[in-house]
Design a binder for this molecule. Structure first.
Ligand SMILES: Nc1ncnc2c1ncn2[C@@H]1O[C@H](COP(=O)(O)OP(=O)(O)OP(=O)(O)O)[C@@H](O)[C@H]1O
Length: 651
């Protein structure tokens, strides 16, 4: 077995391998020494999955046509960017009767290109679209083992766990996104007699080409840095690529980008470029205006020199070059933007209507920040010096909402203030009226509101002359208002009046800026202290579903911050409340480090319900601690008593 980064070494000596294999078949165990450590780990994982070298694989490990179509649709971008590279790769291996394979992040084969002579043999061992090549289904194999080890691997002949795969020689490399998420696996397989020592290098390079192509496509509207220690390295497959948010955070990078800047994946979204490079952002971004296409020499903070070619996005110019281009755009909307793609696209749309009399309808689950966003819209627009009046339509009792909104004349009803009330709509005059949970407004009130919006004047309850009002209108709802109109719960004429521009804020579990958002929340909660979350915990938090969205997460961080000793700056398991610890523990504890996307997609698998996930996590923790209950409980982050309780519930 050879792995990425290894010097090309001779494969395992045949005799040692044969002996180890005999032991595997005859005694069902794997020798601790003599064979490559990664191979031993993989054989052990295969044994732990209950496989035996002479097994046949169940047909159920093959996606049906509908599932396969779903997988292909979900991965259409990966497939599109892989296609030219796979075709090129196939040209290179055509002579050696091999095949080129693309699998998704769960090891399901999505596209195979093969020599007709070899395809027949491949079909017999299910090297065909739809088949799962996860280690737990097919034992040690390049695709499954590359997924488990998250690096490029070669598996030759008898190194395969299943006897029936021993005629194969396979080489696979992971493909990861600019945010470090595992996207899929690229593989070259062939007859083991035609194995070539350079295949691992070829597959690794092809995977890098696919990653770069995906990244360049996805970052068309972002500021991008192309880096290399040599000027001529820029533009080659060996270049580093880094993307920046408009205010200078490093939000994406290919592997070489991270390596050149000496950063780990967890730095994405959490580190400003100026912390990695000894350069001012405005200086770096102004240079391309003067001399486009000219790389410049830049020093990292440790003195290392790199050539950098900058491709500037429009927004970044606005942020970084106030004097050169336009006034500084550091408003409330910018401050809320921590790099999530959907959040940013909502912000961009809203900016276009900021100074226009177009009502805004904000949709999103409870706690995603709809009111915060509405306030930021107000604070960033031309009405910012006038009042922002927020009314929660679900919270005001139905019999009071009319008086609350429209005001009333003196003595209009029993219990009313003697001097009357102007009502919240008039309070909002000149500024912005924010109607939260507008979908919960009683139908009678909807008719009155519609009249006010049409006539632009308010008549107080109990008489008095109508008063002209002028306000910007922002509404928010956690339900889809269009559906409420179809059910007759919301007037469609009012819906069309409110719905000038409708935007949907993403749920926390869908956001791609978890690390940056965490830093922003922590900075807001603890302005005097530079508190951060331990990287392993951050990965678990980012994989959690957060049903209460940012509200729930901000509260969890507030509590955890309060648990820190005065000298502590790092939030870890021990600082979380017990219920959150338990919630995090029941989400699957992966055997290999997985990324947020991989974990989310595992969580989204309908066949894996919560109790199955809980069972998996507990079994893995017990396995990993050799049955030691205290150790397993610590791994899961729960008490020993809770572990006993959960085990009893599983029986
Ligand atoms: N991007 C963010 N940065 C900082 N805090 C946030 C962010 N988003 C939400 N919050 C915090 O989360 C909490 C909920 O936000 P908000 O009230 O705006 O959500 P909402 O979507 O209007 O919720 P609901 O639908 O339940 O009214 C607030 O305490 C807010 O400060």
């Amino acid at each position: 077995m050879r792995c990425a980064g290894d010097n090309v070494q001779p494969t395992l000596h045949d005799a040692v391998l044969r002996q180890a294999r005999m032991r595997l078949i005859e005694h069902g165990d794997c020798p601790a020494d003599g064979i490559d450590a990664r191979l031993a780990r993989s054989w052990q994982r295969s044994l732990a999955a209950g496989l035996s070298p002479l097994d046949r694989v169940a047909d159920s490990e093959h996606a049906n046509a509908i599932d396969l179509r779903r997988i292909l649709t979900r991965n259409h971008e990966l497939l599109a960017h892989s296609r030219p590279v796979m075709d090129y790769l196939f040209d290179q291996v055509r002579g050696s009767e091999g095949m080129v394979i693309l699998a998704d992040q769960r090891g399901t084969l999505m596209r195979t290109l093969g020599h007709p002579d070899f395809l027949n043999k491949a079909q017999r061992v299910a090297l065909t679209s739809g088949a799962s090549w996860l280690e737990q289904h097919r034992g040690t194999n390049a695709i499954g083992t590359a997924l488990a080890e998250l690096e490029g691997v070669e598996i030759h002949g008898a190194e395969h766990f299943f006897e029936r795969n021993a005629f194969l020689s396979c080489t696979a490399a992971p493909i990861v996104s600019a945010r470090g998420e595992l996207l899929g696996i690229l593989d070259i397989s062939g007859d083991q007699r035609s194995d070539h020592p350079h295949t691992l290098g070829l597959v690794n390079m092809a995977a890098r080409m696919i990653e770069n192509s995906l990244m360049l496509d996805a970052s068309r509207c972002q500021t991008r840095l192309h880096l290399h220690p040599q000027r001529e390295g820029i533009g080659t497959v060996a270049e580093g690529i880094v993307t920046l948010s408009d205010d200078g955070w490093i939000v994406g990078a290919n592997r070489n980008g991270l390596a050149f800047l000496k950063l780990a994946t967890r730095a994405l979204g959490a580190v400003q470029l100026t912390h990695a490079m000894d350069v001012r952002l405005s200086d770096l971004l102004s240079r391309p205006l003067r001399s486009p296409d000219q790389p410049r020499l830049v020093r990292l903070c440790d003195g290392t020199e790199l050539y950098v070619l900058v491709q500037v996005a429009q927004g970044a110019l606005q942020i970084a070059l106030p004097a050169l281009v336009m006034p500084k755009l550091d408003d409330a909307l910018t401050q809320l933007d921590t790099g999530d793609v959907r959040w940013r696209s909502v912000t961009d749309k809203v900016r276009r209507v900021l100074d226009k009399p177009i009502p805004l309808l904000i949709q999103g689950e409870s706690g995603v920040g709809k009111e915060l966003f509405a306030r930021a819209v107000h604070d960033s627009g031309p009405r910012r010096s006038k009042p922002f009046v927020a009314i929660n339509c679900a919270a005001v009792p139905e019999n009071l909402i009319e008086a609350e909104l429209f005001g009333y004349a003196p003595g209009a009803f029993t219990g009313a203030r003697r001097e009357g009330s102007p009502g919240r709509l008039r309070e909002a005059h000149g500024g912005t009226l924010f109607l939260d949970e507008v979908g919960d407004m009683p139908l009678a009130m909807q008719a009155r509101l519609l009249r006010v919006l049409q006539e632009r004047e308010v008549s107080p309850l109990g008489g008095g002359s109508a008063v002209a009002v002028d306000f910007g209108l922002i509404c928010a709802t956690h339900c889809k208002l269009r559906e409420a109109t179809e059910l007759g719960r919301f007037r469609s004429d009012l819906y069309y009046r409110l719905n000038g521009l409708t935007v949907q804020l993403p749920a926390l579990r869908e956001r791609t800026d978890f690390a940056a958002l965490t830093q922003r929340l922590l900075a807001g909660l603890n302005p005097q202290r530079n508190i951060h979350v331990a990287p392993a915990l951050l990965a678990r938090l980012s994989a959690y579903a957060w049903p209460g969205n940012v509200r729930q997460y901000a509260n969890a961080l507030r509590t955890a911050s309060a648990m820190l000793e005065p000298h502590e700056l790092c939030i870890d398991w021990a600082h979380l409340s017990d219920d959150l610890q338990e919630d995090l523990a029941v989400q699957a504890a992966p055997t290999a480090p997985q990324t947020r996307a991989a974990m989310l997609s595992t969580a989204a698998e309908p066949s894996q319900n919560l109790s199955q996930l809980s069972r998996t996590a507990i079994c893995q923790a017990l396995d990993g601690s050799g049955g030691n209950m205290s150790q397993a409980a610590r791994r899961l982050g729960i008490s020993r008593q809770t572990l006993y309780r959960k085990l009893a519930a599983l029986k």
